[in-house]
Ligand binder design. Sequence first.
Ligand code: XIL
Length: 346
Amino acid sequence: NSATLAHAYEDHFLIGAALNEDQIYQRNAEIDAIIRTQFNSIVAENCMKFERIHPNQGGFFWDEADAFIAYGEKHDMAVIGHTLAWHSQTPEWLFLNDEGDNVGREELLKRMEHHITTIMHRYKGKVKGWDVVNEAVLDDGTMRQSKFYQIIGEDWVEQMFRIAQKADPDAELYYNDYSMAIPAKREAVHALVKGMQEKGIRVDGVGMQGHISLEGPTIDEYEASLVRLAELGLVMITELDVTVLPWPGTELTAEVSMSVEFQNEFNPYKDKLPADVSNQLTQRYKDMFALFLKHEDKIDRVTMWGVTDGATWRNDWPMEGRTDYPLLFDRANKAKPAVAEIISLT
Ligand code: XIL
């Protein structure tokens, strides 16, 4: 069977994956083959984040990001940049002056203009779109009190989009965030983006990260947010993965705990995913992709946050050293049953 995710979804939406360093440098031939055949879009899992690409005030580190871009070009993939402004994985120096005090608003804006413009110019014409701002809103709908917010002020998100729009008028510009199925958060993001658009600032779409679990959010909750956010432009599912593990400290549900041979609080499925949990994972992916297909007119791209379970950030988050199974390809680099199921929906 030559069907792949990318082929099956060709006429529906882009199918993407986040690439880590090993994948960018093609260190594993099996995994490389999965990426080239199953996906037609890539995003940088880490190498374009501030601390990686611009570690010191004095200079940029381009090697890995250049290799990432070259990989996408070589395989004719839609390349996505992640991310230009984020409170996390951003070095301290950005916010500090020589005396070690916080810089003022104008200085931080100047530094961000330099950062964003330098990166966007280098990759002009090679990147389909950028996650310009990542995670500026909290789950309760208030703005995150990040350094950006504290130093620049309420309009910091808008300032980032202004800079990005000027730097590359042809690249798509996105706002990206997690837990978007929470109504308070969804409405706050909607208002934030709409507010910018009404001022004539270009925001082409919203990325819903999609770090979900077997239980939540529900398909209905997810659908409500997808439909609502699509009023603003493109919608992308930007970081899909499905943890099968409980949140640290939460009790396992009765069904789950009965099926587990070995369990502890953080690593219940130590060596092997029990069949019933594996089936739940397949079903969860089927339900999600059925929802995406239902709204394919609104969805530009669905991107997996990783390729195989062997290298998923979920193994180390929210606790280190977990054995999680959130992706579509397993630790032996084989497609899980969910892949065929997802393909058969088209
Ligand atoms: C994660 C990466 O996957 C990890 O390798 C890294 O250590 C931390 O960041 N939301 C985002 C992504 O927007 O950038 C995060 O990626 C996962 C959560």
